[in-house]
Write a protein that binds this ligand. Structure first.
Ligand code: ADE
Length: 225
């Protein structure tokens, strides 16, 4: 998968791709992430990419021309399956959306900044608008990182143990059950006996029941769906 991220602050994005699972996915050649500084696509003296709102109002708006130049250049080099805009008024990211995007080949992610982008960018270039939740960030960059992390770990071969992404919370519509590791007893706090019984079918049954109970207590809305 190739991910092209368009931003005015590339420095905000780079380090998460230099560690852990995202770094390994790149090292394994399963993901190629490229950053594009929008200021490289403007000819103005001050590398301006934003301007005042027509009609007045507080906050600057990202201009269409640098975004058009950047997206058009990328599209002239390869086909893209999705041009995503990170915005608080987009569709809220969930595991199902991450699964769908993880099957794509090439995607562009445009990070908004200031008040956001000129509406014509959304009307003519964007194929999908994504929010990471009902709160407003200073820009789309942190949202783009969360989207990338959620998507990249689902790409086959990225996680060492292929089954581990399948047992994540939300993957089957339920939260994940409690998990334990050694020691089996610590300060008198014991691991549930069933987990050390070696009885795999019973363990599976216990996990399913725990996942259901946890979901019922914490996220009953998931059971309604
Ligand atoms: N940009 C600002 N706030 C955002 C949010 N909640 N999700 C995605 N992009 C954003």
């Amino acid at each position: 998968m190739r991910i092209d991220i368009i931003t005015v602050v590339p420095d905000l994005l780079k380090s998460p791709f230099e560690a852990s699972i995202m770094q390994r996915s790149i090292a394994k050649g399963l993901v190629d992430v490229q950053f594009h500084n929008l200021r490289d696509y403007t000819d103005t003296n001050y590398k301006q990419v934003d301007d005042y709102q027509f009609g007045g109002g507080a906050g600057m708006v990202m201009q269409i021309e640098p975004i058009d130049k950047c997206i058009s250049k990328l599209k002239s080099e390869r086909d893209y399956d999705e041009v995503i805009y990170m915005t608080p008024d987009g569709e809220t990211l969930d595991q199902g959306m991450a699964n769908t995007i993880s099957l794509k080949g090439n995607i562009i992610i445009l990070c908004g900044h200031y008040k956001g982008v000129d509406q014509r960018v959304r009307d003519h270039f964007i194929t999908k608008e994504i929010s990471i939740g009902d709160y407003v960030l200073s820009g789309g960059e942190l949202g783009a990182l969360i989207l990338c992390d959620a998507v990249i770990r689902l790409i086959p071969g990225v996680l060492g143990n292929e089954t581990s992404a399948l047992t994540d919370s939300f993957q089957d519509g339920l939260l994940a059950p409690p998990i334990y590791t050694r020691p089996a007893e610590y300060k008198g706090w014991k691991v549930p006996e069933i987990l050390t019984s070696g009885n795999t079918p019973k363990i599976e049954e216990w996990r399913e029941e725990q996942a259901y109970q946890r979901t019922k207590e914490r996220r009953p809305d998931l059971l309604d769906e």
